[in-house]
Design a binder for this molecule. Sequence first.
Ligand SMILES: Cc1cc2nc3c(=O)[nH]c(=O)nc-3n(C[C@H](O)[C@H](O)[C@H](O)COP(=O)(O)OP(=O)(O)OC[C@H]3O[C@@H](n4cnc5c(N)ncnc54)[C@H](O)[C@@H]3O)c2cc1C
Length: 446
Amino acid sequence: MPASARIPPIALPFVSEQAKRTLDLVEEFVEKECIPADSVFQAQLGEGEKRWTTTPDVLEGLKAKAKKLGLWNMFLPKNHFTQGAGFSNLEYGLMAELLGKSKVASEATNNAAPDTGNMEVFAKYGNEAQKKQWLEPLLEGKIRSAFLMTEPDVASSDATNISLEIRRDGNEYVLNGSKWWSSGAGDPRCKIYLVMGKTDPTNPDTYKQQSVILVPAGTPGVTIHRMLTVYGYDDAPHGHGHITFKNVRVPASNMVLGEGRGFEIIQGRLGPGRIHHAMRAIGAAERALEWLIARVNDERKKTFGQPLVSHGVILEWIAKSRIEVDAARFVVLNAAIKIDQGNAKSALKEIAQAKVLVPQTALTIIDRAIQAYGAAGVCQDTPLAYLWAGIRTLRIADGPDEVHLQQLGKRENKSRKDEIIAKLNWQQGEADRLLAASGFKPKSHL
Ligand SMILES: Cc1cc2nc3c(=O)[nH]c(=O)nc-3n(C[C@H](O)[C@H](O)[C@H](O)COP(=O)(O)OP(=O)(O)OC[C@H]3O[C@@H](n4cnc5c(N)ncnc54)[C@H](O)[C@@H]3O)c2cc1C
């Protein structure tokens, strides 16, 4: 059954015929071209230092194919941008799920983070010169980019702590400080950093102290010290850089939007970006479920005389995984519909729900698949260990679960408490009145 025939009925009314056709093309491209190419990508990267200087040919070939098929820049939603492929967040959500099944598919179709979020920043907040210089080559997939916010010396999940200094000096800004987890900075094609720091550290409004400024890669004073690993994976050539800035000078015109507008930019950037990750995580969960089903039906590898699928618990794993992945998909698609009907700000609750729920769900499913493979599940012979490591980081990256839960909890509590308390008091009073009218004693209440 093609992907267009599997669209959940709840989402179907919002999906155009063109999006359905494209969805089927994406599925074919991912399953037949990208997943087999994942291994070639790793092989072409090779070993050692070469991993940071190589752009695997297989990827460039896939990019050319994807462009020809019209599978390019689907992430830019049609109601806010003219530069994208003309789909809604919901339609892209369905496609992103499929992209999430392969390592190379998102980049092959120019829908890869952090470029997607950075392109949104340029499209939304950049001036004409910034768009010309950076957005255009990013949209064409000619260069890559990084977003530098997190710092090693402060708890960065509270973005008011970010403290890299951005000081005005005549017609320039001077940057001093350090960043880490700068994803994408390892790629030789990464040409531009969007750097968040403080232009006004004493402003009494802590949300107005920060700015985002553009720093071309290779600017004097910028040093990439090392690449951080994720559970031992280097994620080359993309990588996660630890970078310092020592008296780095850039022209004043590199400021994005204006001094003190940093929070506005990160909030605008991370809205849809968070659900892109969630959508891809659904695809990772589906892929893990496929591998689980393949292993438990493997007639060669029986335990106690039976294929694994004959043991009751295994069917329960399959059933629970199906329920959980379908439920998680509803949450993501609901967030996408809500963004489409307003904007990311009007869908904060739904985005946070997806950001928290989906990685946790996907991890549970991937973990079951790993368990079904035994030791093979934790090594390089299946995609499961790498999928697990990648999805695990989503519980931290773009804000840890606890921060989103705290905000969700606060909002839910504040918006509902008065109404709920009033309603429950009324219901208890009404119950007492009815009990008394029928000759019974009123209930004792807490
Ligand atoms: C693979 C990967 C890629 C990344 N890519 C980028 C990137 O490209 N650019 C970038 O700038 N950053 C990136 N990051 C960094 C990421 O955004 C930060 O790690 C994240 O925001 C958390 O900040 P921190 O690591 O400083 O943790 P801290 O702020 O030190 O928090 C530590 C822990 O404290 C707990 N905590 C925090 N607040 C609360 C609370 N209110 N209540 C209870 N517990 C709480 C949470 O469990 C949290 O995990 C990436 C991270 C990873 C793992």
